[in-house]
Design a protein around this ligand. Structure first.
Ligand code: HMG
Length: 389
């Protein structure tokens, strides 16, 4: 049975910071951020957007009534969860009006959560071929003002419908995955910003990539020549390039040119959004699918997922006929166009103005937030979500 990605939706908040201006404010050369890190704009979440609303907005764009009826499993991958007990998926289930006879759960393993969700979804569809699974990956990446990770922040969500006979990408059976208990990036429960060993995290990202790539080739007998493109988890767009470079010489000059060209296309959206953790690899895939002008049906796309801590996986899929017709390219580009730039001073004020953590009530002013689904406030320790603008 062919199982894979049937639809992809994306949402990012309406605010962003220009990386050139952030560089000037931090007294570093702008090229460090725009070339060395490879980021142009960094998405910023207002208080009215959290992981739940970001994911709900991404999913609302793509789900029709048939999807809502057929979805019987909602899997929410996030490391920006809002509750230790209740899963973010249950909120999404109500906000989107999904069939009540569904399972709704949250998964966590840093940026790997959505990939784990997709692999679980594959198994679920294999056992229940008529059902569909909604997989969400939503996060707000926060390292802190004036930290070395600051230039690699971002915010956004992807929503993926996984089904049989998918319209976008059929996932291939074999996959290579790896776990190792390391401390490259983590966020203890008392902290709202991440801790990171930056250089070590870069090394581990590449080391995991090399290991799962070798394992994948061993399992499948495939080689670099068999790939039209490879998409990467992109904490910043230079990171995937560093990993890609370590295997490029396995291919001919023509193959190298093809992979480098498609790599650039796969980073276009991430360059103007930043790290969105769980959704990052799928934002890169979306960028490739929506912005390439030569990938045909049958093209094999490699996917490298990495979640610090750490779990890595390399898997692949084949593009489906007429996939371009089933994308939401115009809606995504309009969303990017509607965004508003904030100054570095405004960004800093928004960054430190967080929701109360002492249990007090709050009513949020949502008039400036154009998103259809937003957080209206907190009452009696319950987040109040509203839909419909
Ligand atoms: P840093 O110390 O600020 O930067 O940390 P740097 O000194 O390493 O410079 C960065 C690059 O800019 C270098 O390029 C410089 O040469 C270049 P490279 O040598 O690496 O190719 N550069 C310039 N280029 C052009 N013109 C200039 C210039 N100046 C310098 N004038 C770091 C950078 C990424 C470590 C930091 O931002 C950080 O800690 N970020 C967070 C951690 C991270 O993103 N790690 C990535 C791998 S781990 C991962 O992907 C998982 C994650 O998503 C979390 C999860 O799983 O949940 C993070």
């Amino acid at each position: 049975m062919n199982i894979g990605i049937d639809k992809i939706g994306f949402h990012t908040p309406h605010l962003y910071v220009d990386m050139n201006k952030l560089a000037v404010a931090r007294d570093v050369e702008p090229e460090k951020f725009t070339i060395g890190i490879g980021q142009e704009k960094m998405a910023l979440a207002p208080k009215t957007q959290d992981a739940v609303t970001l994911a709900a907005n991404a999913a609302q764009l793509i789900l029709d009534e048939n999807d809502k009826e057929k979805i019987d499993l909602v899997i929410f991958g996030t490391e920006s969860g809002i509750d230790h007990s209740k899963s973010a998926a249950v909120y999404i289930h109500r906000l989107l009006g999904i069939n009540p006879y569904a399972r709704s759960i949250e998964l966590k393993q840093a940026c790997y959560g959505a990939t784990a969700g997709i692999q679980m979804a594959k198994g679920h569809i294999a056992l229940n071929p008529e059902s569909k699974v909604l997989v969400l990956g939503a996060d707000i990446a926060r390292y802190g003002l004036n930290t070395s990770g600051e230039s690699t922040q971002g915010a956004g969500a992807v929503a993926l419908v996984i089904s049989k006979n998918p319209k976008l990408l059929v996932l291939e059976e074999e996959s290579a995955y790896l776990t190792d208990d390391i401390m490259d990036f983590w966020r203890p429960v008392y902290s709202d910003t991440a801790f990171v060993d930056g250089k070590f995290s870069n090394e581990q990202y590449i080391s995991f990539f090399n290991k799962v790539w070798e394992k994948y080739k061993e399992k499948t007998n495939l080689a670099l020549k068999d790939f039209s493109a490879i998409c990467f988890h992109l904490p910043y767009t230079k990171m995937g390039l560093k990993a890609l470079r370590t295997i490029l010489e396995e291919g001919t000059e023509e193959e190298q040119t093809r992979l480098k060209k498609h790599y650039q296309t796969s980073t276009l959206y991430n360059r103007i959004v930043g790290n969105i953790y769980t959704g990052s690899l799928y934002l890169s895939l979306l960028s490739l699918l929506e912005q390439n002008d030569d990938l045909k049906a049958g093209s094999r796309i490699g996917l490298y997922s990495y979640g610090s801590g750490a779990v890595g996986e390399f898997f692949s899929g084949n593009l489906q006929p007429d996939y371009k017709e089933y994308l939401y390219t115009d809606e995504h580009l309009e969303m990017f166009d509607r965004r508003k730039e904030v100054s570095v001073e405004e960004y800093e004020a928004i960054f430190i103005d967080t929701l109360p953590s002492d249990g007090s009530d709050v009513v949020l002013n949502h008039t400036d937030d154009p998103a259809a689904i937003y957080l209206a406030g907190i009452e009696d320790n319950k987040r109040i979500y509203r839909s419909g603008k």
